[in-house]
Design a protein around this ligand. Structure first.
Ligand code: GSH
Length: 308
């Protein structure tokens, strides 16, 4: 297996999810630190425009979005612990909801409480990513009590789902539990009332402790420049082909743009369509710094459009 290279920064909650996943599967990985806000000049050549954190690189294959990264990780390491075959669909549906609805509420709480202290460019950037173009600081502040209530309602249902079982979908810890653990880690660490708020959810706190205790720490530092050289010297292992699907007219080789389905300020990812299955879309991308690479994104949650 090629080296697993994680492009991330340490305070990122989504990156923490993947660090926990790497830790639970016992993988050795390389850490490349990237900036918290654009520009990200040593990441963009790899990602064809994808700017979010984290990104997982394996040679000349570049995996964007944590749902996609976890699926790739389980394939690359041939380890089914995170996504056991008989629970895979349930876990992916749960984590999709948690990363969307629940994370968004947690991000609102964290960002609202940081409005007067965090650097303005950080607030501006994250507001556009998570709340669309029309958000205002006053709007966030006046909605805060209702947002906390919604967050507590969702966490309460997760907490109830955990009673009487070791993990969320079975007695063994899986990617579902990692998702619960990263949300708790984010709320605890970035909101001053987070530790007190979480005490209402003892099962979530237990999962947070157990996942962190089970995750092994096994990384080495790598420079962003070295990561680009590794991509340049590698060849993608990605398959080609666009599986026919009812009503879909996209074809291999078409130039496409890929953007999150939600209204966000994310720039589009642009490239030539290489591969599509039920879950993943892959595009060919070329940049002088890395030569030819293949960028992989999930299909669920992203809009793929021909731009020929
Ligand atoms: N759906 C994405 C969301 C990732 C995400 O929003 N990550 C945050 C950091 S926790 C981010 O990208 N923030 C902006 C940035 O890092 O430039 C995933 O699952 O990977």
């Amino acid at each position: 297996m090629k080296d697993l290279i994680l492009h991330h920064y340490w305070p990122s909650p989504f990156a923490h999810k993947i660090r926990l996943a790497l830790g639970l599967s016992g993988a050795v990985w390389k850490s490349v630190e990237i900036p918290r806000v654009p520009p990200k000049p040593l990441l963009m050549p790899l990602t064809a425009g994808y700017r979010r954190t984290p990104v997982l690189q394996s040679g000349a294959d570049v995996y964007c979005d944590t749902q996609n990264i976890v699926r790739a990780l389980s394939e690359l390491t041939d380890d089914r612990k995170l996504l056991p075959d008989d629970r895979r669909g349930t876990i992916l549906a749960f984590t999709d909801w948690a990363d969307g609805a629940v994370f968004n509420l947690a991000a609102r709480v964290v960002l609202t409480s940081a409005l007067d202290t965090a650097p303005p460019e950080f607030i501006q950037d994250r507001g556009g990513l998570y709340f669309g173009p029309n958000w205002t600081p006053q709007g966030l502040k006046s909605q805060l009590p209702g947002v906390i209530l919604q967050l507590a309602a969702h966490l309460n249902s997760i907490d109830q789902g955990l009673s009487g079982r070791g993990g969320y979908v079975s007695d063994d810890l899986s990617y579902a539990d990692i998702t619960i653990a990263y949300l708790a880690w984010f709320i605890r660490g970035r909101w001053d009332q987070g530790p007190e708020f979480l005490q209402q959810f003892p099962n979530i706190e237990r999962i947070e402790r157990e996942v962190h205790a089970a995750a092994q720490e096994n990384h080495q530092e790598l420079s962003a420049e070295e990561a680009l050289v590794i991509a340049e010297r590698s060849q993608s292992a990605s398959p080609c082909g666009v599986t026919a699907q009812c009503g879909v007219t996209l074809e291999q080789g078409m130039r496409v743009t890929i953007k999150p389905q939600a209204e966000t300020s994310d720039p589009p990812v642009i490239g030539r369509l290489r591969y599509i299955d039920r879950e993943r879309v892959s595009i060919d991308h070329h940049a002088p710094e890395v030569g030819d690479v293949v960028v992989h994104l999930p299909i669920a949650g992203y809009q793929i459009q021909s731009c020929e």
